[in-house]
Write a protein that binds this ligand. Structure first.
Ligand SMILES: Cc1ncc(COP(=O)(O)O)c(C=O)c1O
Length: 416
């Protein structure tokens, strides 16, 4: 096959594709202990609510027919966007209207659009990059650039905490931002570490971005006010210079592929333009399902009262399990502040985490080796990159418990 540069770039075996392939085969059945992917849990009370919602839509006159039979506009389902703008304005005082919002086919698609809007080959001949001020970052950012040499990143400052925990912080001292940076991006909570950047860190990054005249993109896929998988204090922050990306996936609807971009009007309009070219319109079933939950504010209540406590309990339980099973080994765990993962750091691991990943796979246990989570720093050597793994605790307790035991057993053998 004679491929264009685009074809070559996007058919390379990207980290995200390998991850989704592993996840797909594990979710398709078999006896793999799935502690690897980012699939959210099936929370019975939330799924019951979705089932009821679907039944209500089916019972509405023409509800089913319009849901499956009509395109939305290129910006996405208007009623949902209106309701969401109203909810965010009334709850947080954000100065937004429907013109500040555009929907995408999952937030992954939003990052493809946003990153390529602000970085790559610029009309004046210069090149710009997306900056991650704190890698480790989400694996899905790694391959979205239409040009090469598209991402840049800074390593974190590590704070060692009591009880075998640690926390990454933005290293502001080394955060020099050149004219080649087109936008700054952080995930909050962070995939893979469960870190939640503090309000001060976000405010500081926002100030830096404003000074440089570039946007600050905040990936809020796990954040507040929905799905609100945050176990610490964190204010939702939006202003004309920030682009907040949200998603219905971790609320429990990943297969409906609904991403939400909240940005100043010209950016939201640009997303709608790209939608028109790439997909005509984003799929509308997620928006339709969530519409009444947004109108009533129930989406925030379900997140706060069901989704957040569900994951927080699992986070604490998995942390306790690891503490017991790894007792005496030189392992630290990132302070679990949100998202659906624990991030384990095996200090002076005798061989790289890539090999540990393969060995665990041989034992039917899937985790993600840490070296994948350094978009923008792929070629930079840092021992720490090869000493960490990501473990999701979203699956059933019994699966997580068995997986934790296999991981601990393998690591214990490793340290000999
Ligand atoms: C931090 C983060 N951002 C964005 C996404 C993309 O999610 P979706 O495209 O389902 O909205 C994910 C998925 O796991 C994620 O972990």
């Amino acid at each position: 096959m004679n491929l264009s540069k685009f074809g070559e770039k996007f058919t390379r075996k990207a980290g995200i594709t390998q991850l989704m392939d592993d996840l797909g085969s594990a979710m398709a059945g078999g006896d793999m202990l799935m502690l690897g992917g980012g699939n959210p849990a099936h929370i019975p009370a939330v799924q019951d609510r979705f089932r009821r919602r679907m039944e209500e839509i089916l019972a509405e006159p023409l509800g089913f027919e319009t849901m499956i039979g009509n395109y939305d506009g290129s910006r996405g389902n208007e009623a949902f966007i209106e309701a969401l703008a109203g909810m965010l304005h009334d709850t947080f005082g954000w100065d937004i209207t429907a013109k500040n919002i555009a929907l995408t086919n999952g937030s992954q698609n939003a990052f493809f659009c946003l990153f390529n809007l602000f970085a790559g080959d610029m009309p004046d001949g210069s090149k710009k990059k997306i900056l991650f001020p704190l890698t480790l970052e989400y694996i899905g950012y790694g391959d979205v650039g239409l040009t090469d040499d598209f991402l840049t990143a800074r390593l974190p400052h590590i704070e060692l905490l009591d009880d075998g925990l640690f926390k990454y912080h933005v290293d502001f001292e080394s955060l020099d931002i050149g004219d080649d940076v087109g936008a700054i991006c952080v995930s909050r909570p962070t995939n893979p570490t469960g870190n939640v950047l503090t309000d001060d860190e976000i405010i500081h990054l926002d100030a830096i971005a404003r000074e440089k005249g570039i946007p600050l993109i905040i990936d809020n896929a796990y954040g507040t006010p929905f799905p609100d998988i945050i176990y610490t204090e964190a204010q939702p922050i939006w202003n004309e210079n920030t682009v907040v990306c949200m998603s219905l996936s971790k609320f429990g609807l990943p297969n409906l592929r609904t991403g939400i971009v909240i940005a100043r009007e010209e950016i939201a309009a640009a997303i709608a333009d790209i939608n028109g070219v790439m997909h005509l319109a984003p799929g509308g079933i997620g928006a339709r399902m969530a519409l009444d939950l947004v109108r009533s504010g129930e989406i925030m209540q379900i997140s706060r009262e069901i989704v957040q406590p569900f994951y927080e309990r699992k986070a604490r339980r998995t942390l306790d399990l690891f503490r017991t099973e790894l007792d005496g080994l030189p392992c630290r765990i990132h302070k679990p502040e949100g998202a659906i993962f624990l991030w384990l750091w095996f200090q002076d691991l005798p061989y790289p985490c890539e090999r540990l990943y393969e060995e665990l796979k041989q034992r039917n246990t899937l985790v993600i080796p840490g070296h994948h989570f350094f978009p923008g720093l792929e070629n930079e050597y840092w021992q720490h990159k090869h000493e960490c793994i990501r473990v999701t605790y979203a699956q059933d307790d019994a699966i997580v418990e068995e997986g934790v035991k296999v991981i601990a057993d393998q690591v214990r053998k490793l340290y000999g």
